[in-house]
Write a protein that binds this ligand. Structure first.
Ligand code: ACM
Length: 384
């Protein structure tokens, strides 16, 4: 007789703490995909049951809950993590038990684990394009501001190396704030920026304190037309926390924006609203969380099991029509072929897409091709 037992999967995001807004959207991306899979008959008639915990933006708690999911809840696959510090905490656990983590967040690259599938952008799919765009349009004197943990240090290092390839380039400052920074924590930095007058600011601030940075910038009277903030982590979710117009004119590079004009995207957004209302603000990490859950279910259909040895050959090389376009999991490095885009925030908190790749870009997490010019041919200008 066919196995009709439900399939339990771990869903481990942060619904509270410093990255709760984006974490909640990731949770909703996973739950939307699970709902769609179950509504269309499950995986060969088997329902997917999410076993869900709130990791509260705390890496130690991520590690504990990952172990609990594996040992007590008997899941083989975990969808989870936003901050790189949380992914770094979970990897030793999934490696120890030989289980699988699907990670739906842009990150700093320079990593590989046999037990992880990376569905967010690597630096060659966002930093390289953003560096090229910002230095071409605004200049190459950069000031870097980040949250105080591994992703911002590494992402700032990569951005510095890219920008400093330009003639006349200069790094005018690099500073870090706590994950729970509030607007007054940015006051001294804004004064330093007033003195140094960079061509643009690169923000690797993450989570709920992002709003404080953009508010501090606006209150300082700075002008995005001449000195914008560029980021990889300021998505629609963070912009929605800022108040109307605060982020208008600033730039973000991401494979997905809500404003993508495609049938897949419209359908997915409509289904989200119908299923879960307006609480979730869709963004790049919501989308990756959504499509990676479908990729898992499709692989399970072929493998007939969620054991990593059975599942992996059907994940690697697999493709899916995601809201951003057709994505593919690269078999050699476990990262994903994605579509780099650059968006400028409009007055309503949505992104006007000013550049986008005409085809998906192969993930190069070690930045083997570490040069600005190599990628411009793949970008289609939308009339910046
Ligand atoms: C991040 O920490 N990977 C955003």
């Amino acid at each position: 007789m066919a196995n009709s037992d439900p399939i339990r999967v771990g869903v481990l995001y942060s619904e509270t703490g410093a990255t709760s807004t984006i974490g909640f959207s990731q949770l909703q991306g996973a739950l939307l995909a699970i709902k769609e899979i179950n509504e269309s008959g499950g995986v060969d008639g088997r329902e997917i049951i999410p076993v869900r915990y709130d990791a509260r933006s705390n890496p130690a708690r991520y590690a504990e809950l990952a172990e609990q999911l594996i040992v007590q809840d008997h899941v083989s696959v975990i969808f989870g993590c936003y901050m790189s510090s949380s992914r770094k905490a979970v990897i030793p656990i999934v490696e120890k038990w030989n289980k699988l983590l699907f990670y739906p967040t842009l990150y700093e690259g320079f990593e590989y684990s046999e037990n992880v599938i990376y569905t967010g952008a690597a630096p060659n799919q966002n930093s390289v394009q953003l560096a090229e765009f910002m230095t071409s349009n605004f200049g190459a004197r950069v000031y870097l501001i980040g949250s105080d943990y591994i992703y911002p240090y590494e992402s700032n290092r990569i951005m510095s190396e890219l920008v400093l390839q330009r003639p006349g380039s200069e790094k005018l400052g690099e500073c870090y704030v706590a994950l729970d920074a509030v607007e007054k924590d940015f006051a001294v930095i804004m004064e330093d920026i007033r003195d140094k007058r960079p061509d643009f600011i690169f923000s690797t601030v993450v989570g709920n304190s992002t709003a404080a940075l953009y508010r501090a910038y606006a209150d300082a009277g700075f002008e995005p037309r001449t000195m914008p903030i560029a980021s990889l982590t300021t998505s629609e979710a963070e912009v929605s926390q800022m108040g109307t117009g605060v982020a208008a004119g600033h730039y973000t590079a991401a494979p997905y924006f809500q404003s993508i004009d495609s049938e897949e995207n419209r359908k997915c957004l409509a289904h989200l609203r119908k299923s879960f209302g307006e609480d979730c603000v869709p963004n790049l990490c919501w989308e990756a969380s959504y499509f990676q859950t479908h990729i898992f279910a499709n692989a399970f259909r072929h493998a007939g099991s969620d054991g990593i040895a059975e599942l992996m050959p059907h994940i690697l090389g697999s493709e899916f029509d995601a809201p951003q376009g057709r994505v593919r999991i690269d078999p050699t490095n476990h990262h994903t072929c994605l579509y780099p885009r650059i968006g400028r925030v409009d007055a309503q908190g949505q992104f006007t897409i000013v550049r986008q790749a005409t085809r998906s870009v192969y993930p190069d997490p070690y930045l083997v091709t570490h040069s600005l010019g190599d990628w411009t041919a793949k970008l289609e200008s939308l009339g910046h």
